[in-house]
Design a protein around this ligand. Structure first.
Ligand SMILES: Nc1ncnc2c1ncn2[C@@H]1O[C@H](COP(=O)(O)OP(=O)(O)OP(=O)(O)O)[C@@H](O)[C@H]1O
Length: 262
């Protein structure tokens, strides 16, 4: 890969993670905790990439770096060849706990990003309508987040991220807090939404079924200091079946390869 000027590099990927490392001072003040080490990967146009690893392996730390919310101590992240130096609307983030504004209605929450970007009102209304329809929440425009179920709140979070029309969606275990049944339903919904309106997605999870249900490609992470152990291209057709023999084979293959040491 060639550097062309300052912080711009040539390359076809939507997002590139180059030699990224992240260490923190230990909480007791003694020494450093190396969480991420030498992370190298690319994310391609409209790809659904899943970063899969055990709890506490540094997935949120990595996603925050990709979002520009945290800076690596080594290496760089580039989006379309431009170095990430902070958060930007081109990178939409959906968290495990959706941080909706409780005093705003559903439509106000979804329209918040476009209004901050001074999108004209007519266009903003159209964006809100389109994305609430996409996530199946037409009719709930005037509801407040507190009146919605957990799954519905996550749909609002997804609509809100989409309404900013980001180039890439970064999702940090967005269904991690939901009960098992709602989680399955939301995974199906997300697949449906993504098929209908393709986006480049980086999705973080510690759930192998979720990873296999959604991913075009899975990157398996080790434990801290976290680095990439393996990559798997998942080319099963959608919708996928949790008890399909290929699904079960890949599940076994990947979990056998997981780093289970603490
Ligand atoms: N600001 C910080 N200061 C010190 N250590 C931190 C900081 N942020 C994260 N860490 C450490 O980094 C490690 C990984 O945390 P992180 O939340 O990224 O993991 P995770 O894989 O997302 O976890 P989970 O699956 O439980 O959500 C933890 O050991 C945590 O203590």
């Amino acid at each position: 890969m060639e550097r062309t000027e300052g912080n711009v590099i040539a390359g076809g990927a939507v997002l590139e993670c180059r030699n990224v490392g992240r260490s923190f001072d230990n909480y007791d003040g003694n020494g450093r905790n190396e969480v991420l080490r030498n992370m190298n990967f690319e994310v391609h146009e409209n790809e659904f990439l899943v970063l899969f690893g055990a709890g506490q392996c540094g997935k949120t730390t990595l996603l925050n770096i990709l979002a520009g919310l945290d800076m690596p101590t080594e290496g760089e992240v580039y989006t379309r060849g431009r170095k990430v130096t902070g958060p930007a609307p081109e990178r939409g983030v959906v968290y495990q706990k959706t941080s909706l504004f409780p005093w705003m209605t559903v439509e106000e929450n979804v329209g918040f990003g476009p209004s901050v970007r001074h999108v004209p009102e007519k266009e903003r209304r159209e964006l809100v309508k389109r994305y609430l329809e996409l996530v199946g929440l037409t009719g709930f425009e005037k509801s407040y987040p507190g009146q919605l179920s957990g799954g519905m709140r996550q749909r609002v979070g997804i609509a809100r991220a989409y309404a900013n029309q980001p180039d890439i969606m970064l999702m940090d275990e967005p269904f991690g807090h939901l009960d098992a049944q709602t989680r399955y339903m939301m995974e199906e919904e997300l697949q449906r939404i993504w098929q209908k309106e393709k986006r480049t997605v980086v999705f973080v999870t510690n759930n192998i079924e979720e990873a296999l249900f959604l991913a075009d490609r899975i990157i398996l992470l080790t434990n801290c200091p976290t680095h990439i152990k393996e990559e798997y291209i998942i080319d099963m057709p959608h919708p996928r079946d949790y008890v399909d023999s290929e699904f079960l084979r890949l599940r076994q293959l990947i979990t056998d390869n997981m780093d289970l040491t603490l």
